[in-house]
Design a protein around this ligand. Sequence first.
Ligand code: ADP
Ligand code: MG
Length: 159
Amino acid sequence: DTAFSAFLSDENATIELGHRLAHALQPGMVVFLEGDLGAGKTTLTRGILRGFNFTGRVKSPTYTLVEPYTLLGLEANSKLYFYHFDLYRFNDPSEWEDAGFRDYFNSESICLIEWADKASGQLPSPDWIIQLQPESTGRRILLSATSELGQTCQNALTL
Ligand code: ADP
Ligand code: MG
């Protein structure tokens, strides 16, 4: 698979790219967001949510592990469930089942996960892996598709 790459010169560029990603994402997708603390993972998530016309506050779910959003889908009156995970503090696999997180992964929802490696045994395989890394005073984003659906959506992104 050919990766998508772009330079993001400032925070606003990260938000704008998030808008583009929102238009390429489809219900049922699982996205891993990789990069060190401060790389811009939560900023990109905020951009994606803005792309779905969510205007409220986007907080980092560091202590709650997940922040749920109910968004409007593309079809009339349809709803889209969006879950933003931050698993940095996740360390108890039994908590995954107890909290019912498994059910969050379904065909009507989009799941974005920061620090997926902390729960690798619990998670389904991703459709996209997005990496963010520092480059000069900005960031570099690398997106690779890791499923057929992911590839189709990545093609929509690069059109
Ligand atoms: P993470 O979730 O990866 O820990 P955050 O998104 O919380 O990172 O924070 C990233 C920081 O980097 C924020 O202060 C944000 O303003 C900044 N930032 C985001 N994108 C860029 C960019 N393209 N260039 C420079 N700074 C950025
Ligand atoms: Mg974060």
